[in-house]
Design a protein. Structure first.
Length: 77
């Protein structure tokens, strides 16, 4: 758990460092750095729209014991 927090902080600091480089003249970094921001905004807007419309969150519908079987066929008895 602690290692994952450290990795998240390091990744965030690296992302901020890349933005600092982009703002100081490395303009070729701007487009790739905007992709995660745009995706995060789109996901947040989708979640907000679902909440506004009153749609419940989708439940996961997979089951580990069905991993080896094809989903299009009837379950074995």
């Amino acid at each position: 758990m602690r290692l994952s927090r450290v990795m998240l902080v390091v990744a965030a600091l690296f992302y901020v460092f890349l933005w600092a480089l982009a703002l100081n003249g490395a303009t070729s970094l701007v487009a790739p750095l905007l992709i995660p921001v745009v995706l995060a905004v789109l996901v947040a807007l989708g979640v907000a729209l679902n909440r506004y419309l009153g749609l419940p969150p989708r439940r996961q519908h997979f089951d580990d014991r069905d991993r080896g079987r094809d989903r299009d066929h009837e379950p074995e008895q």
